[in-house]
Design a protein around this ligand. Sequence first.
Ligand SMILES: [Zn+2]
Length: 223
Amino acid sequence: MRQFDRILAIAEAHENVFCSVGTHPHNADEELDVTCDELVRLAGHPKVVAIGEAGLDYFYDKAPREAQAQGFRTHIQAARQTGLPLVIHARNADDDMIAILEEETGKGAFPFILHCFSSGAALAQAGVKLGGYVSFSGILTFRNSQELRDIAETVPHDRLLVETDAPYLAPVPKRGKRNEPAFVAHTAHVLAETIGLSDEETADLTTENFFRLFRKVPRDAAR
Ligand SMILES: [Zn+2]
């Protein structure tokens, strides 16, 4: 959030770059003063197409868990009000994440994406049941990620997405290199094998899913 001007400047400088607005859970305790109203106001900019990322990270625990939860709920409120997708970061926090998603969805639905999914099957199932999308990064291609591929196989096709999480998590065969957007094709290839579709069908599917969810991104600008 405190760097939002810089982020927006990058998005404004390039026709095919868009951004989200929010506070990462690592910094949740530093920005608890950011209100839902402020997020909603900033999200009114045409280049802002999502809220987040926000969520719970109990792996690094960089901010107190109560602060992460409080910030997360503020972002949920903003997603509900704007109708923009909430990009959710969840790590080692499956039970609390499921509980908050169920409780908050009960107050009113909001679009969301479980980004860089690396949690358990129960969270994937809960997310799908509550209307969410599940996005897989290069982790899906790692040799020791069979459990994750098994989860991907169970996600309904119209809720699947792929992402880079660049510069991190470059997929096989680029593993260990600095990740870049073009490498997402390798992740999509493994997803295709996993769900039994061709590469082209998977590309079409994930593209359709993206534009349905990120409804503010104009199709012609994203080519
Ligand atoms: Zn994240």
